[in-house]
Write a protein that binds this ligand. Structure first.
Ligand SMILES: [Zn+2]
Length: 270
């Protein structure tokens, strides 16, 4: 009886998103979101998937990672709260998604390379997951020990199987990792970050790209692509990532702030 009650309560706190952002994020108002909604609506229907070979997928993942890694590492060190040793895994999954797991695992689906128009867009996604790691979202999102242990067990099992492919610090992604067909993303997909944490990961992604001297406007196009791919306008409680227009509006606010501060970290939340 006790155990059951505790589990339900703890589960509610995880899904309720009580874990917030480490840093203060720009305020969004309705007009920002309306503008983004109009932009997404006029951008057309579902985005097109490009045909890319395994070699091309790995090449763009490697190249994008190499370009952002120095700045990403610096941002992570400045944050001082997260996991800064990352293990990159390319997953043979056509869906437009990526995830961050325990122990610095960053998983990027093949679908990201298939829908991206340029390397900046791939870099934005990788930097977003690095943002979750740098702000320690994976751990704070897992405060619930019961659920944490459950997901952690699944994840460690999958990560263990991938041990020979991953290479901390080297940003190396091997062909074998793509071909492993591992279900690791399925396990990680159940980790639910709060909306604030998602916004923070996007903010840190923009910051990392800015410091990497990458074109933020080119990267931004991927948020439009993702918004076109999703049918809903508002963020649902159980979505793994926020819905498009809101995310796009928040990105623009973040980029304006980052440019104005010349790439400084925002103030802490508390
Ligand atoms: Zn995220």
């Amino acid at each position: 009886m006790w155990g059951k009650a505790l589990l339900a309560l703890a589960g509610a706190s995880v899904l309720g998103g009580c874990a917030g952002a480490v840093n203060q994020l720009p305020h969004l108002d309705a007009s920002n979101i309306n503008l983004a909604q109009t932009e997404v609506a006029s951008a057309g229907g579902p985005p097109l998937r490009h045909t890319v070979s395994d070699d091309e997928v790995l090449a763009v993942f490697r190249s994008a990672t190499a370009r952002i890694k120095p700045a990403a590492t610096q941002v992570c060190i400045e944050m001082g709260v997260g996991v800064c040793a990352w293990r990159f895994v390319a997953q043979r999954d056509h869906s437009l998604n990526a995830s961050a797991g325990l122990n610095g695992v960053v998983i990027i689906n093949r679908g990201i390379a298939e829908y991206a128009d340029n390397e900046e867009q791939v870099a934005m996604v990788i930097a977003h997951e690095i943002g979750h790691q740098s702000a320690n979202h994976v751990v704070t999102g897992q405060r619930n020990q019961a659920i944490g242990a459950l997901i952690g067990g699944v994840l460690l099992g999958a990560a263990g199987a991938l041990a020979s492919y991953r290479s901390p610090y080297s940003a190396d992604i091997t062909r074998s990792a793509v071909q492993s067909g591992s279900n690791i993303g399925g396990a990680i997909g159940r980790i639910s970050f709060s909306k604030e944490q998602e916004r923070e990961a996007d903010y840190l992604s923009a910051l990392i790209l800015h410091r990497s001297h990458m074109d933020l406007d080119k990267a931004r196009g991927f948020l439009v692509t993702m918004a076109r791919a999703s049918n809903h306008r508002e963020t649902g409680m159980l979505d793994t990532h926020p819905a498009g227009p809101e995310r796009l509006a928040a990105w623009d606010k973040a980029v304006a702030e980052i440019r104005a501060s010349n790439g400084a970290l925002p103030k802490r939340s508390n």
